[in-house]
Design a protein around this ligand. Structure first.
Ligand code: KG4
Ligand code: ZN
Length: 338
């Protein structure tokens, strides 16, 4: 049968990304990360849209060049319809629509949260794919969800954050400690040499499989303020222990709910995704759970966990096989349920 070439575009937050897939195999995967937000300690939506506007053409050119294909080989354009920042989504959406029109190829809209999950299905040596049904834990700076995945497009959110995302818990805690944005990786780094039982932060009480992280951030803030009043060098002297204790609490919160989800659904296949899945604490906890509870866990290649267009492309590929195309009148959607 004929090969399918998908050009995928992702612009939902602060990364402008484009990728080309030949069937389920990645040919190129380009991400332009916007440095402009660093000094603000978080993503500034207005600046993100402008940066997407500047980056999108070079990023798409590079993706096509590196894939070594001809534009006329492209079978369809896939793009992120949502969820995300409206201004950011609009850049990718408008561009995808124009491109589909210009090249006279079909257009495929993709849900960013489904894409984080289906990233596990990009063909990759040495990585096995989860079997249906599985539980997906999507954890990043913008998302915290547990999704029951029965099939490629049969998914149900069974738990999610009611306030901050888990990545925000890392980044906001890091900010309180005076660490640069995004502080998640730094907390992870310092936690490695710290004692996770040095300080105790209470875990939130949230019903069902939902999460809450805003209380932890406040607890960290009050704790640090109090300690620094007594000892101005408290942070410097205890950095590793503080980081280890914060990370331990966050990992416990995630694992508590995951265990509950496994119990509730009877599903022991766990696939994680999102930038926070790089965290060594969560990776170790999942690894331990394999031995302890007989779970099977799946962690994709790092470049497929953070925001990227390869994951949009794999959804595009499966939708293409289903003839699931959209009209050129499609619009971006900031809130878009799975
Ligand atoms: O998926 P991602 O690149 O972007 C979105 O937010 O969608 O995730 C970025 C988030 C940030 O909050 C960052 O601090 C966090 O992932 N992160 C980590 C680690 N690496 C990235 N958090 C904890 N430990 C890490 N090793
Ligand atoms: Zn994302």
């Amino acid at each position: 049968s004929q090969n399918i070439y998908i050009l995928a575009i992702e612009s939902s937050c602060d990364d402008t990304a484009a990728a080309v897939l030949k069937n389920d195999t990645l040919l190129s995967n380009i991400v332009a990360t916007q440095e402009v937000h660093r000094k603000y300690g978080g993503v500034v939506p207005e600046l993100a849209s402008r940066a997407h506007q500047q980056n999108i053409v070079p990023v798409i050119h590079q993706a096509i060049d590196e894939a070594n294909i001809d534009k006329k080989d492209i079978s369809a354009i896939a793009f992120t319809k949502g969820p995300g920042l409206m201004g950011s989504l609009l850049v990718g959406t408008s561009f995808a629509k124009s491109l589909a029109m210009g090249l006279s190829v079909p257009l495929i809209e993709v849900n960013h949260m489904q894409a984080h999950i289906l990233a596990h299905f990009i063909a990759e040596e040495n990585f096995s794919k989860p079997g249906f049904p599985f539980l997906a834990l999507t954890i990043s700076g913008g998302h915290t969800q547990i999704v029951k995945v029965s099939n490629y497009f049969e998914m149900e959110v069974i738990g999610q954050t009611i306030d901050d995302a888990v990545g925000e818990a890392f980044d906001k805690s890091a900010k309180i400690l005076g660490l640069p944005y995004p502080g998640g990786p730094l907390i992870d780094k310092y936690a490695k040499t710290g004692n996770h039982l040095a300080f105790k932060f209470t875990k939130p009480k949230v019903a069902g499989l939902d999460f809450s992280f805003s209380g932890l951030k406040t607890a960290v803030l009050y704790f640090i303020q109090k300690q620094v009043r007594e000892n101005p060098n408290f942070i410097e002297e205890n950095r590793d222990d503080i980081c280890a204790s914060i990370q331990y609490t966050i990992v416990e919160i995630l694992m508590d709910k995951l265990k509950k989800a496994v119990k509730q659904t009877g599903i022991k296949e766990i696939a994680i995704g999102g930038g926070v899945s790089a965290n060594s604490g969560i990776r170790k906890a999942l690894y331990d759970a394999e031995a302890k509870y007989g779970w099977k866990t799946y962690v994709p290649k790092f470049e497929y966990t953070t925001d990227n267009a390869a994951m949009i492309g794999i959804v595009g590929y499966y939708k293409y096989l289903n003839n699931d195309f959209c009209d050129l009148s499609v619009t971006a959607q900031a809130r878009y349920e799975i």
